[in-house]
Design a protein around this ligand. Structure first.
Ligand code: NAD
Ligand code: IPM
Ligand code: MN
Length: 350
């Protein structure tokens, strides 16, 4: 039919708290949307004995887009890996073929004081990390065993093939094209064979994107440069693990992990949208979480899965205006509750 369905997978900890605010904003700007909630993560394990019940995956598949909160619960950290809450998000990414993760990081005016960097350095951050999402050590062969000498041993295989690298490289080049035309591929090719394949393939794909300026950097240097001068970066393309780590780091350059949204995309229009942060058990249930990352993820949903750029722009402008007007949750040095922050953004929407 013509009805647009959004699957809401709120999950654990602060997931439901921040997702509720994102849903409010979506409802205000796109009243035609239908929402259906699904169980995921620890919440699903508790209710159904599995972190990603088949009906949740099926709901995601038949939806036009997924709004995801967070998964993870310390109560389940000792479960066998397949049953842990985090497997739900990995299963959704893999199951839906969402191989490209866009993680934009920019400093909203007024948050200079919240950044871990000096204001004049922080002000320059405006980058996007294009993180590969369905490969790398996350999905390579894993195992634990006792060695012949009785030592506990664990392994996780890092691997990428050229098809996986080429398709994420293309997303990187295409993203750079819509921005300042600079793509930096981050790897560890001085040590890792996986990274040498990565670098070779990125260089090959570059022939189709002569208008984009391509560079390469080792991940350790990239981590250093990100806090030395984040303004030098435009678009960064990197593997699953490096992208995970660098995006959390970038968030503190921009003021808080509570500010960074993400879009997980595949080859079609179905996407999953979520803050880059986790379930934050240390503040869960206290109404302290910053909902901006979730609200900005809703904006990405409108832009990327629903092709509705105008309401997406309006959401981003409302977040910027609320912040400029002084709206601050605790992570940003303020005292507002999650809901009050949502109110401040709704008020800017008019
Ligand atoms: P986390 O991102 O949940 O929290 C890290 C720190 O940032 C905490 O001090 C937390 O209070 C703070 N924080 C995070 N989001 C915030 C927000 N919106 N507003 C204010 N403060 C915020 O990372 P963690 O503590 O390493 O992991 C907690 C759990 O979440 C673990 O089970 C982990 O596996 C899971 N996790 C899930 C996702 C996801 O679902 N996408 C992402 C990361 C971690
Ligand atoms: C993220 C999270 C996940 C990841 C975990 C929870 C599996 O840290 O979305 O950044 O590592 O991808
Ligand atoms: Mn992460």
């Amino acid at each position: 039919g013509t009805m647009t369905l959004i699957a809401i997978l709120a999950g654990d900890g602060i997931g439901p708290e921040v997702t509720a605010q994102a849903r409010r904003v979506l409802t205000a700007l796109a009243p035609d949307l239908m929402f259906e909630e699904g169980l995921v993560g620890g919440a699903a394990y508790r209710a159904q004995g599995h972190p990603l019940p088949p009906e949740t995956l099926a709901l995601a598949r038949r939806s036009d887009a997924v709004l995801f909160g967070a998964v993870g619960d310390p109560a389940f950290d000792a479960l066998e890996r397949a049953m842990r809450p985090e497997q739900a998000i990995l299963g959704l990414r893999k199951g839906l073929g969402l191989f490209a993760n866009l993680r934009p990081a920019k400093l909203f005016a007024g948050l200079e004081d919240a950044s871990a960097l000096k204001p004049e350095i922080a002000r320059r951050i405006d980058l996007v990390i294009v993180r590969e999402l369905t490969g790398d050590v996350y999905f390579g062969d894993k195992g634990r065993r006792l060695t012949s000498t009785g030592l506990r041993e664990g392994h996780d295989l890092m691997r990428y093939d050229e098809v996986e690298v080429a398709r994420i490289a293309r997303v990187g080049f295409e993203t750079a094209r819509t921005r300042r035309g600079k793509l930096l591929s981050v790897d560890k090719a001085n040590v890792l064979e996986t990274s040498q394949v990565w670098r070779d393939v990125v260089n090959e794909v570059a022939r189709d994107f002569r208008d984009v300026e391509l560079g390469h950097m080792y991940v350790d240097n990239a981590a250093m440069q990100l806090v030395r001068d984040p303004g030098q970066f435009d678009t960064i393309v990197t593997g699953n693990l490096f992208g995970d780590i660098l995006s959390d780091q970038a968030s503190m350059c921009a003021g808080s992990i509570g500010m960074l949204p993400s879009a997980a995309l595949g080859s079609g229009t179905l996407g999953m949208y979520e803050p880059i942060h986790g379930s934050a058990p240390d503040i869960a249930g206290q109404g302290k979480a910053n909902p901006c990352a979730a609200i900005l993820s809703a904006a990405m949903l409108l832009r990327h899965s629903l092709a509705r750029p105008e309401p997406a722009d309006r959401i981003e402008a409302a977040v910027a205006a609320a912040i400029l007007a002084g709206a601050r949750t605790a992570d940003l040095g303020g005292t507002m509750s999650t809901e009050a922050m949502g109110d401040a953004i709704m008020a800017q929407l008019g």
